[in-house]
Design a binder for this molecule. Structure first.
Ligand SMILES: [Zn+2]
Ligand SMILES: [Zn+2]
Length: 325
């Protein structure tokens, strides 16, 4: 069972910077920060529900913004408060889920969501440069991606390049990525760790297939479940006990034909080819794909990609698919 860890990264300096992250492999994050800046990583906890991890991140973020905005420092005591906030948020989400999940067969005795608080803070000192990439021993029993670090970096770079090429510009659920790679004969070890390194480097975004949030209704709080792939919500999203994440989960029935979008399935939005767009800029007038209307932000990105594809042909790529729900 895959697990996702929520942590807060705090950097010193004259203006302290605090950010929260969800990761499938803490060791990858640690190495990533080690190569860039010194910081302290405060682990909050872990769960196998990606949707829960993301909703807790939003919750912790909201609280942090409010408090740090008031000039409060991120002390150990404050981190403790945040860990307690996460635990109480899980209880709240769990009871709201139970209220809605009346049709689910396997009823659970001890709450619908599982969350394991972790009281660990790790100091990461800046090592700079890729040469110092070295595993420094585990403090956590949560170590996906460790293999990745052992391997020679040239092999990793090659895998990264192949993945970039294949996934460039696509938005895919985890299962779809696996299927695509198999079809193309590309075998990537530690796929999730590599994809996560794209996320850290801002070359990709990721989310749970179904987003979970606790919102304030007009008279009481409610659980909001929205499909990140097609935007469906309400009756289109089915509650279920899931044997993948072993807790309360939900999936979208509206886009089921394209594969199951679930609370525990990562959905990756790959945008690794930005340099391609920049290199195509000077060719602006070669191809014209024009339309006299107003694009939404997503539509204009798609149109820009199509334009770039036409003005900047690549050897083996002859097809360009614009895919929308
Ligand atoms: Zn959907
Ligand atoms: Zn699940």
């Amino acid at each position: 069972m895959r697990e996702y860890l929520l942590y807060i990264k705090a950097c010193g300096g004259s203006i302290p910077q605090v950010q929260t992250y969800v990761t499938p492999s803490f060791s990858v994050d640690r190495t990533f920060w080690q190569e860039r800046e010194g910081c302290v990583l405060h682990v909050i906890g872990k769960t196998s529900s990606l949707a829960l991890a993301f909703s807790l991140r939003a919750k912790v973020n909201g609280y942090l913004m409010e408090q740090v905005g008031k000039g409060r420092m991120l002390t150990e005591g404050y981190v403790k408060e945040l860990r307690a906030l996460a635990v109480s948020s899980v209880c709240e989400a769990s009871s709201l889920y139970g209220r809605e999940a009346v049709s689910v067969q396997d009823r659970l005795e001890q709450g619908w969501f599982s969350w394991e608080p972790i009281e660990v803070s790790v100091e990461v000192s800046y090592r700079g440069g890729k040469e110092s990439r070295k595993w420094t021993g585990a403090q956590l029993g949560f170590l996906g991606g460790r293999e990745l670090l052992r391997r020679s970096s040239s092999r990793v770079n090659l895998q990264e390049a192949v993945l970039s090429e294949l996934l460039d510009g696509r938005a895919l659920l985890w299962d779809e990525i696996e299927t695509l790679l198999k079809k193309r004969g590309a075998d990537a070890q530690d796929l999730l760790a590599i994809l996560h390194s794209f996320v850290l480097a801002n070359k990709a975004e990721w989310r749970p297939g179904i987003r979970l949030a606790v919102t304030k209704g007009w008279w009481r709080k409610q659980l909001e479940l929205v499909c990140e792939r097609c935007g469906s919500a309400g009756a289109k999203v089915e509650f279920t006990y899931c044997h993948t994440c072993e807790q309360g989960c939900a999936y979208c029935t509206a886009c089921l034909g394209m594969g199951r979008s679930k609370c525990c399935t990562p959905y990756f939005l790959m945008d690794v080819g930005e340099s391609l767009i920049r290199s195509a800029d000077h060719l602006q007038n070669v191809a014209r794909l024009e339309w006299a209307g107003k694009y939404s932000a997503d539509q204009s990105r798609a149109a820009e990609r199509a334009r770039c594809f036409v003005v900047n042909p690549r050897p083996k790529l002859t097809e360009f698919l614009i895919w929308a729900v």
